[in-house]
Design a protein around this ligand. Structure first.
Ligand SMILES: *Cc1c(COP(=O)(O)O)cnc(C)c1O
Length: 509
């Protein structure tokens, strides 16, 4: 009998062997998703532990498939932190949903590269259509152009490059040298580190980034923003962009988007909204007003791979000024020209046809995986209504948890929880809450930091839940983020019980 691992000819697996392994993989995934709760959420691997179990040299001969599966289970799985676990509450919870997994698999099978329209017309056109649906569902205006990038870090990088492109005195030939280090961008103290990384990558330098103070609720202070812009202009600097955040990474605070839009209009500055996490909530009608003002931005980033149930990675940038984005990035070498030797003239577009869009001209990525396919499958499987219902369920679990924390005499909240994330700490004897932690003054020294660090380490080590932390006005805060599709109320109950039990054990020594 022929050994199925011996390919015989020089090609790939034959279709029957692919089918056999493929069914095994699907069975593996089904088993995994049915039993994820049984795994410790956070991997217990020590640094280097997985590496040491993998052979130093690559396989000289084909490895039997069954052996590869054994390695997956016995070596790799213990080194996985289970993001698809229903009790993954750290950072921002996300979901590799079933329709998303299937879509990603199909996209891999097609292996298209959507750099040009002609290199897979369906990849470009499905992306355009699906992003128009999402735009509509989010309540963003019809003139927004959408494009999928790998992550919000890339989306914001491209948005800031477009913003820079609009700045008087900037030109592509000389780059930032033309402005001699005078460009300035504004973001709140609570903004994501990806904004500063964009400034690094774009050669603006960290001095170009102006951190703006926040108000009691951790949202950007528009008066401080205005003052900073004024002072910089007076000093001969060149403000070019304001980055507002809708759903900051520490507390999910939302900057005053309408005020910032007013200011950007008056000052002639590009407004970019980082709604990587929080943007999805605009699909829920009663929550949309939280984001009022974002529809006036020049660019907005929303990550379907965060709170829209789409597997990693999938980030969407919307911009009202796609021509500027194109000006910032378009470079078409001879070998990528579509108009030369075009078989039927499609790319030179007849009068009655829209000109095809080559998405490689709208960002740093040339090769573009077919990420729209999984997003389309997710949206198709649930429908807008199904997504609203799911988001509502997660919002309700979050609000319920916040209430329980408020009612507990030994726990207190450290920030408002407008979205799916709660910031709190263990403080024995705190008493029941009188507020949501919004107006707490800053402290230099946090006497409860160590206790809360120990609490986090203990629950994460136990494996039932995985939570993360941040620091808010000097206080160590624990964070619980609820956004995984498979998280149920009993999972949240279990998290809360685990925290209470572990906290009381720690405080009674
Ligand atoms: C997660 C997040 C980012 C970074 O997103 P990536 O897709 O991982 O690059 C940026 N900004 C905010 C507000 C985020 O929540």
């Amino acid at each position: 009998m022929r050994n199925p691992d011996d390919l015989g000819d020089l090609g790939d697996l034959d279709p029957e062997e692919f089918r056999r392994r493929g069914y095994q993989v699907i069975d593996w995934i089904c088993q995994y998703l049915a039993t994820t709760r049984d795994y410790p959420v956070l991997s217990r691997a020590r640094p280097g532990e997985i590496l040491a179990q993998l052979p130093e040299a690559g396989p000289e001969e084909a490895t039997p498939w069954e052996e590869t599966l054994v390695t997956l289970d016995s070596v790799l799985l213990p080194g996985i932190t289970h993001w698809n676990h229903p009790r993954f509450f750290a950072y921002f919870a996300n979901t590799g949903s079933a329709p998303g997994i299937l879509g990603a698999t199909l996209a891999t099978a097609l292996n298209t590269n959507g750099m040009l329209w002609r290199t897979s017309p369906a990849a470009t056109e499905l992306e355009q259509r699906v992003l128009a649906w999402v735009r509509e569902w989010l309540g963003l205006p019809a003139h927004y152009f959408g494009i999928i990038y790998e992550g919000a870090s890339v989306s914001s990088l491209c948005a800031l490059a477009a913003a820079r492109q609009t700045t008087e005195g900037y030109n592509r030939e000389q780059g930032v040298a033309a402005l001699n280090g005078r460009l300035r961008l504004y973001r709140s103290e609570q903004a994501h580190s990806s904004i500063d990384k964009s400034a690094l990558t774009l050669g603006l330098g960290l001095d170009s980034v102006r951190p703006v103070a926040t108000l009691d609720n951790y949202s950007m202070d528009p008066a401080a923003l205005h003052a900073a812009i004024k002072a910089d202009r007076a000093a001969g600097l060149v403000p070019f962009c304001v980055v507002a955040t809708a759903g900051t990474t520490s507390t999910t605070s939302i900057d005053p988007l309408a005020d910032i839009a007013d200011l950007c209009e008056r000052e002639g500055l590009w407004m970019h909204v980082d709604a990587a996490y929080g943007g999805a909530v605009a699909i829920v009608p009663e929550k949309r007003q939280l984001l009022t003002g974002w529809e006036r931005a020049d660019s907005v980033v929303v990550n379907p791979h965060k709170w829209l149930y789409t597997p990693m990675s999938c980030s969407v940038l919307y911009t009202s000024r796609p021509d500027i984005l194109r000006d910032a990035f378009s470079l078409v070498p001879e070998y990528l020209r579509s108009d030369v030797g075009d078989p039927d003239g499609t790319t030179s577009s007849a009068d009655d046809e829209p000109a095809p869009t080559d998405l490689m001209n709208y960002g740093v990525e040339l090769g573009r995986p077919f990420r729209a396919l999984k997003l389309w499958m997710v949206l198709s499987a649930y429908g807008r209504r199904g997504i609203v219902d799911r988001l509502r369920a997660q919002l309700a679990m979050t609000a319920d948890l916040a209430d329980r924390i408020d009612l507990h005499p030994d726990f207190e909240r450290l920030a408002a929880a407008p979205l799916g994330t709660v910031c709190f700490r263990f403080r024995p004897g705190a008493g029941c809450a009188t507020g949501d932690g919004t107006s707490l003054p800053a402290v230099d020294d946090d006497p409860y930091a160590e206790l809360n660090e120990s609490l986090m380490a203990a629950v994460n080590g136990e494996g039932t839940i995985f939570i993360s932390h941040t620091r808010l006005r000097g206080r160590l805060a624990l964070r619980i983020s609820i956004g995984n599709l498979r998280t149920t109320s009993p999972d949240v109950d279990l998290a809360w019980q685990t925290l209470q039990r572990t906290a009381s054990r720690l405080s009674t020594g």
